[in-house]
Write a protein that binds this ligand. Structure first.
Ligand code: ADP
Ligand code: MG
Length: 375
């Protein structure tokens, strides 16, 4: 019976996967900030409409104030798998990804990305605020909590799981340990290795997650490590990718089955177009590293979605794609949040983000008419 249930569960997963494809894109619009901090004028917003009741469309337009009210220029419509309005809560968002999170317990490799310009809500979505309340917790702690709960339920069916967490930063194409005891500049070099479909990073801290409380401590430690050696924490995190990895190994004492799943939650570097002209020294290096890795990610997703035309998937073009090699493509599942700002002053960047996300969305396997994405 247990075996039967398992089979049904897997089959259901596969059906969902076939229907929706391996790559999904959710758009999340952050609210206008209520804290008015001097220079920040968050009152001038773009005109945003959500025309459909299914919550999949967004219409974005530049608005100008005139004597007779606000006038909307050309509107840009976009469709995603889901659009979250500013009023959406963390719980609303998690509800839509919980199945995907769950599939890591069934042995799938899952990647969930947050893409968007600095200040668009990526970290809020993934981690949530530091010392978050139950309501404001982000996707990382929520995912771990859910996996705990599910693992507990699956115990009755013979499953025992071990859970290990890692948290790394990729900054200037170098992997740093966010959970190390000697800060980010401990002098350790971390190499990415692949063997038998498994990815390891040399000398990296691995935390055995024996209780949900450990996750909050882990996020705090990462925040502390990020802030050390950088004048502005935000500055640094906007220029690096943060990859949280949860490894789940399950063994069933009744059926003798085993499963190995990996859940990656990735807070990407700010996508704002960084001009190379004018940038010098460290800034230029950072800019080049970010541009390179974000376009490598887009190339890899495009190659995966178009397996016949592109036998070669260029994972090795950046540390980020190389690290995630085993979790992108093949039988794995990918979700990308495109986080956007409602502000008029961010209009052009937002449009760029929405266009990038549209290209990623067009990669959904099975939609023969949308097969290639241009760079
Ligand atoms: P990013 O990581 O993309 O640079 P942040 O997550 O740091 O952006 O968000 C920028 C600011 O907006 C933060 O102060 C954050 O708390 C706030 N914020 C972002 N998204 C939301 C949201 N959905 N609800 C409430 N506040 C948010
Ligand atoms: Mg951030």
């Amino acid at each position: 019976r247990i075996r039967e249930e398992e089979t049904i569960r897997r089959r259901l997963h596969n059906t969902i996967q076939e229907l929706k494809g391996n790559i999904r894109v959710f758009c999340r619009v952050r609210p206008v900030s209520s804290s008015v901090n001097g220079s920040k004028n968050e009152t001038a917003t773009a005109s945003i409409r959500y025309p459909d009741i299914e919550g999949r469309q967004i219409e974005f337009a530049h608005a100008t104030e005139t004597a007779t009210g606000s006038q909307v220029a050309k509107a840009y419509p976009f469709t995603f798998d889901r659009v979250f309005q500013p009023s959406s809560t963390q719980e609303d968002v998690f509800e839509e990804i919980s199945q995907l999170v769950q599939s890591a317990l069934d042995g799938y490799n899952v990647c969930i990305f947050a893409y968007g310009q600095t200040g668009s809500g990526k970290t809020h979505t993934m981690e949530g605020p530091l010392n978050a309340s139950a309501e404001s917790m982000g996707m990382i702690p929520r995912s771990v909590l859910q996996i705990y709960e599910s693992a507990k339920t699956l115990e009755a069916k013979g499953w025992t799981y071990s859970m290990e967490g890692q948290y790394v930063e990729i900054y200037n194409e170098t992997v740093n340990d966010l959970l190390g005891n000697d800060g980010l500049n401990g002098g350790k070099k971390h190499e990415i290795r692949h063997a038998d479909g498994k990815t390891t990073i040399t000398d990296i801290t691995t935390v055995v997650l024996t209780s949900p409380e450990k996750v909050a401590a882990l996020l705090k430690k990462a925040a502390h490590n990020r802030s050390v050696g950088s004048t502005l924490m935000n500055e640094r995190s906007s220029r690096s990718h943060c990859v949280f990895t949860l490894r789940l190994s399950g063994k069933n004492s009744i059926t003798d089955e085993s499963s190995e799943g990996v859940l990656n939650l990735i807070d990407l570097a700010g996508s704002e177009r960084l001009s190379q002209s004018g940038a010098k020294g460290d800034r230029l290096k950072e800019t080049q590293a970010i541009n390179k890795s974000l376009s490598a990610l887009s190339d890899v997703i495009s190659a995966i979605a178009n397996p016949n035309a592109n036998a070669h998937v260029p994972y090795r073009n950046s540390k980020l794609t190389y690290l995630l090699q085993n979790s992108l493509g093949g039988n794995s599942k990918t979700l990308m949040f495109v986080n956007i700002s409602p502000l008029r002053s961010n209009f052009n960047e937002t449009l760029c983000s929405l266009r990038f996300a549209t290209k990623v969305n067009a990669c959904t396997i099975g939609t023969a008419t949308k097969r290639t994405i241009a760079k």
